[in-house]
Every structure is written in structure tokens, then in C-alpha cells.
Unconditional design. Structure first.
Length: 511
């Protein structure tokens, strides 16, 4: 059974004793059951009204917080892959099996040719189509099972776990803290003795800090482009500065060039996008400052601009095609399309360097999402990748959008964190506050949180379970970094997120 004493103290802190007074003698087989119970608890048996309300709030908070301990899709898949899987050995992948130096190819769902196979001599954990057909279809083993073999999510997980010589029940159990007991799994009968998991001290995070004594440098990236010759005024010697740059500096020059190009295209697509979601100075004058920020800071790339962008990088900036491939902008040297699907256009959101005007990464917000009808199910599918990131995190971790040097220099400045730039631009500016768009808790760089040590941070996250789960996770990370955190909540009927609140005319109710 779940060690509820451990979880209560871990998630409820000083309130654990209050909660345990009513639940200590109860037993829960696993985290899923405990979470469900906390979210749907009926406490009518507690006669005192104030006590009942207090324990109800504790149960709700406990249930949301416990979600952090539950393995999600990504977590289960990582464990399965770590255990080692050769998917081609399973009957569900038999048509893709690697035998005696040759592949038995399956039918590709994209190009409809028998070119689908498991790479790495049948040992990979995904499926690809032979690129000779210029198809480029790829799928994870999980997606293949669901989309091509028509398995449910549970069935797909169980098949992959079986290949890895384990089960989903066993994986979830190993991730939970249980009391001493003997447990048997119906799928693989065996007895496993478990002991309570010891709390391991968190690894120390190498937080970065802001150096207020370090001056900000304005850099003209054009002087650092490949083949640009600079003359030394002292001795008239010449040099190509780009050749002296390290990998990080070259990346900054490259991504800054893209951002600069996006500022000089026709911006009507960007303006129309924000007007459609209620971010307009005419409709909402209180957003005038945010609308001005959109005009000055955000770029735009229409579908028709992409070919010109690639030509600009190759012909004007003199980057070589290998650079564009290396940085993940295009798939191959001769491509005139970037590796982001575009239906209409992209809003270009910059992440600036802390001490210069150079860009370290971009967010690319799609103004229109691609939809299509699935040929087999007949269902309408929508592109879920609304705002892909263009970054090179191996050498550069982008700072959040709109984190400014001025805000870090002002010791009295408070910060408001939003889930993305759309919500940030939907919230009116407030004196004494710096608004920041973060990439969600899964993509945040924990070391960066050291910049906010000793500051006050307010979190404006989505009000659904997923959003509040993320808020609680980030709250813990921030508090660990020495930050004072306030998680701002409101009645979800006002709007599920900040932009929804704006469009429903309720923005003044959450400021």
C-alpha cells in the first residue's frame, strides 16, 4: 500500500498532521487511486463546517500536488527505453524485422510504399521510412502501435513494457513509495519485497546570478558575418572576425540574423493574429504598452518569406548550407523549406542574451494551425505544435522572453511569469512589475531561476489541473532557488487562461 505518511509530509508540509488525523488509517493501493480520491473526496461525515472546508481544501491541494509524482507518458517511455527494447522482435512489429543483414519492410502510412523499417539493425525504438523515397516519415514505437496497429494507449504501453521484460504496473510501483509488504502482479506472478524509499538529498543546482557590474554591449552582428572583412585602424591589417568566434558566438550571430530578417518583412500577419485574440490597443486601450511591445520586439515570417530568408542567410550573410542543416533550420543542403510546418505564418519571439543585444534562441508561434482528415479514422486532426522552439541548447540556454537587464538591476522589481507570450501580451502592464514568458516547467532551465533569488514572483498559469500542476512544480523549484512565490488563481469561469479571461472581458478581475 501507498505510504501516505511519507506523501502527506512531502506535499502538505506543516498541514500533514491535520490531514493525517482523518486519513492516516486509510489504505490506497497506488498513487492513481489516492489522487482520484483526493480530487473527488466526500467529507460530509465531518460535522464541523469550518473543519470540513479546511480538510476539503487540503485534499484538493494534495491531489494536484501528487500529480507531480505520477509518471506521465514521457516518464514511462524513458524507463522502458532505458531498460532496452528491440521492437522488431515482437509480433506487432514482425513485418519490420531485421533478418540476416536485410530488412523486411512494412507499408509506410505516408508514401504507401513498402519502405518502413526499424533502424539500427532492428534495435532502434522507432520506425522510419527509407529516405530514398523523399518521404521522411518517422514514428515512435508507441505512435506506430496506436496509429497503425490500432492499439489503445494502455495496450501500446503494455506491449512496449513486455518487450522490455517488465510491465506498466511494475514501472509505476517502482516509482512510488510503499510501506513494507509483499506485492504480486497478475501479469507476471512473482513476489517482490519493498522497503520504504529513503529521501535522497537533491542534487545541488549551479544557479546563475546577475552581475550588475558587467556592462551591456551593443553588437552589430553584421560585422561578424562570414566573409565580412574588418580593417584594423591602427595597422591597416584585415581580419574576418567570424573566424575568431567560438561555437556559441557563431550561433548567436546566426539566430540574430534570422530575427533581424523577420523584423523587416511585412508584419500584417502578426497584427491580424493578435487582433483576433483580443490583443488590440483600439479594442483594449489598457493593452497599449503590450501592443507597442509586439510592434517593436516581435518579428514575422509569412510562408512566402521562407525562400527569401534562406537566400538571405546564404547569399547576403554568406552562411554555408551546412550551417543551416547543422542548426536545424533546413533538412538538407538544397532545401528551400525550414523544418517547421507552416500553414500561414510564424510570429518570431526572441530570447535575448543577458549582457548584449544578441539573440540566443527563438520561439515561432504559428498564426494558423494545420488541420487534416485522418484517412483511416475519418477524424479531423490538428497540429499540436503551436509554438516550436528554435534553439541550440547544447551550447546556449535561452533566457525567457522579455526578461530585461533593467528589471534585474532594479532591486525592488517584482516579476510575473506567464505560460507563453500570448498570455503575457494579454495582461496589462503594471508599474513595478516585469512580465516574463516562460516555456513551461518541462522546458525551463532550473539554473536560470537563480536570477530571481530574493525577489517576488507571481505565477499566472492556466487554471485547469495541468496548468496548476505545472504552477506547483515551478513554485517548488523557485522556492528552492530562494524566491518568494505567489501562485495566482481565479474562478475558471472567468477564463481558463489569461488570454481567455481577456477575451471574455474579465481581465480587470484578475489584475
Amino acid at each position: 500500500m501507498i505510504d501516505i505518511d511519507y506523501y502527506a509530509k512531502e506535499h502538505l508540509g506543516v498541514n500533514a498532521t491535520k490531514w493525517l488525523k482523518y486519513f492516516a488509517k486509510r489504505e490506497y493501493k497506488n498513487l492513481s487511486i489516492l489522487i482520484y480520491t483526493m480530487k473527488n473526496v466526500d467529507l460530509n461525515w465531518i460535522t464541523h463546517d469550518d473543519t470540513r472546508r479546511e480538510i476539503t481544501i487540503l485534499c484538493s491541494t494534495f491531489g494536484i500536488s501528487l500529480e507531480q509524482n505520477k509518471l506521465d507518458f514521457k516518464g514511462i517511455m524513458e524507463i522502458i527505453v532505458d531498460k532496452g527494447i528491440e521492437i522488431s522482435t515482437h509480433v506487432e512489429f514482425s513485418q519490420l524485422e531485421f533478418r540476416s543483414g536485410s530488412y523486411t519492410r512494412g507499408l509506410c502510412p505516408s508514401c504507401k510504399k513498402r519502405e518502413l523499417y526499424v533502424p539500427d539493425q532492428g534495435k532502434a525504438d522507432g520506425i522510419v521510412c527509407n529516405r530514398k523515397n523523399a518521404c521522411g516519415y518517422t514514428a515512435s514505437a508507441y505512435s506506430y502501435l496506436k496509429d497503425n496497429r490500432k492499439k489503445t494507449a494502455k495496450e501500446a504501453f503494455e506491449i512496449l513494457a513486455e518487450i522490455a521484460n517488465t510491465s506498466v504496473d511494475e514501472i509505476n510501483y517502482d516509482n512510488e513509495v510503499h510501506t513494507n509488504e509483499i506485492v504480486s502482479f497478475t501479469k507476471k506472478p512473482k513476489q517482490i519485497k519493498k522497503t520504504p524509499v529513503q529521501i535522497i538529498e537533491d542534487k545541488k543546482v549551479a544557479y546563475i546570478s546577475f552581475d550588475s557590474n558587467k556592462e551591456e554591449n551593443f553588437i552589430d552582428f553584421n560585422k561578424f558575418l562570414p566573409e565580412v572583412i574588418t580593417t584594423n585602424t591602427k595597422d591597416n591589417s584585415t581580419v574576418i572576425l567570424y573566424n575568431k568566434l567560438d561555437n556559441l558566438q557563431r550561433w548567436k550571430v546566426f539566430v540574430t540574423a534570422i530575427y533581424n530578417f523577420s523584423l523587416h518583412t511585412k508584419q500584417w500577419g502578426k497584427e491580424n493574429y493578435f487582433k483576433k485574440i483580443g490583443i488590440s490597443a483600439k479594442k483594449n486601450p489598457i493593452l497599449s504598452e503590450k501592443v507597442m511591445m509586439i510592434h517593436k520586439k516581435l518579428g514575422f515570417l509569412h510562408l512566402a518569406d521562407i525562400k527569401n530568408l534562406i537566400n538571405y542567410l546564404l547569399d547576403d550573410c554568406k552562411f554555408i548550407a551546412d550551417d543551416l542543416v547543422e542548426y536545424g533550420l533546413i533538412a538538407h543542403k538544397n532545401s528551400k523549406r525550414i523544418m517547421v510546418s507552416i500553414e500561414e505564418g510564424l510570429i518570431v519571439v526572441p530570447n535575448f542574451d543577458m549582457y548584449t543585444n544578441m539573440v540566443t534562441g527563438l520561439k515561432l508561434r504559428k498564426t494558423k494551425l494545420k488541420t487534416w482528415i485522418d484517412k483511416e479514422s475519418g477524424e479531423i486532426k490538428t497540429d499540436k505544435n503551436k509554438e516550436p522552439e528554435f534553439s541550440y541548447k547544447r551550447i546556449a540556454n535561452p533566457l525567457p522572453y522579455h526578461l530585461t537587464r533593467e528589471s534585474l538591476l532594479d532591486k525592488s522589481m517584482k516579476f510575473r511569469f506567464f505560460e507563453g507570450q500570448k498570455d503575457l501580451h494579454s495582461m496589462p502592464s503594471k508599474k513595478g512589475y516585469c512580465d516574463i514568458a516562460i516555456p513551461g516547467t518541462s522546458g525551463i532551465n532550473e539554473e536560470m531561476l537563480g536570477l530571481f533569488k530574493g525577489r517576488i514572483v507571481e505565477l499566472y498559469f492556466d487554471q485547469d489541473d495541468a496548468g496548476q500542476k505545472g504552477a506547483l512544480k515551478l513554485k517548488k523549484l523557485l522556492e528552492k532557488a530562494g524566491v518568494i512565490v505567489l501562485n495566482i488563481t481565479w474562478d475558471i469561469t472567468l477564463g481558463a487562461d489569461v488570454n481567455d479571461v481577456l477575451q471574455k472581458g474579465n481581465i480587470f478581475k484578475i489584475i
